[in-house]
Write a protein of this length. Structure first.
Length: 258
């Protein structure tokens, strides 16, 4: 019998549930691309929203089941680049920027490039930064803001002034993804801890509001999170952190980057 060399890494065969969820996330991103090309912008935005939900679920399942892995993290990054980088950029280009010509193409590429840089930076900083915060706007949040805007107004944008405003928005989200601003992460929440019933009512009220006014509530939630990294409230979060301790907290291995 030939011995296996000492120190050789053995690939673990089989797919875990988080990787399956990540694959479905990628599938919805591809569906969004197809719907954008077909001009069905509302469905394209909904598929991006479904990808965002699955992206949150695969990381949650990986942490709860202890199935985090380097393979899962890399697969998640590649899927996120398609679902939250390419898909929303093509959606917005077909929806509002195609009439702008080359400037529209430039900002579309810039969004995808900044999204790729954002994911790459997260992968190399995953174990050295405070897990309570993201450095830069998470790419699912940037994609969610664009999808919420299209879902709010799914009709093709034909006004040139509106197209320029969308161009500015896309460029701003691209810059925020690679900026050094901090955005609050929900990964640090302990779902097994007991909390007052008033706290548990908050997500229920949010779900009811989404059910009653889906376009308005989703748009408001998406842009409130985008603004949370640049508003003065960020200073208050920094003061709260200084009372808890300013030293970086090593993050545990996570399934995905966002």
């Amino acid at each position: 019998m030939r011995r296996r060399p000492v120190g050789k890494i053995r690939f673990r065969r089989g797919a875990s549930l988080p990787s399956v969820l990540t694959s479905v996330n990628l599938f919805f991103g591809l569906l969004s691309l197809v719907k954008s090309i077909q001009g069905q912008y509302e469905f394209a935005a909904l598929f991006i929203a479904a990808s965002i939900f699955l992206d949150g679920m695969d990381g949650l399942v990986a942490r709860l089941t202890g199935t985090s892995s380097d393979f899962g993290r890399e697969l998640d990054s590649l899927s996120d680049l398609i679902s939250f980088g390419v898909a929303p950029a093509i959606l917005v280009y077909c929806w509002a920027l195609s009439a702008l010509g080359r400037p529209g193409m430039v900002v579309t590429f810039g969004f995808v490039l900044c999204g790729a840089l954002r994911l790459a930076r997260f992968n190399i900083q995953a174990f050295t930064t405070d897990k309570r915060y993201f450095i830069g706007l998470p790419i699912p949040a940037a994609a969610g803001a664009l999808a919420a805007l299209v879902f709010f107004y799914p009709h093709p944008v034909q006004d040139r002034v509106m197209g320029v405003l969308v161009w500015v928005l896309l460029a701003t989200l691209a810059v925020l993804m690679v900026a050094r601003l901090r955005y609050r992460s929900l990964k640090g929440l302990d779902l097994r801890a007991r909390r007052p019933y008033q706290v548990l009512l908050t997500p229920i009220l949010i779900l009811l509001a989404i059910f009653a006014w889906p376009q308005q509530v989703l748009l408001a939630m998406a842009f409130l999170y985008v603004l949370s990294g640049v508003l003065p409230r960020r200073f208050l979060a920094g003061r709260a952190e200084s009372r808890e301790g300013t030293g970086p907290v090593p993050a545990p291995q996570s399934h995905g980057p966002e």
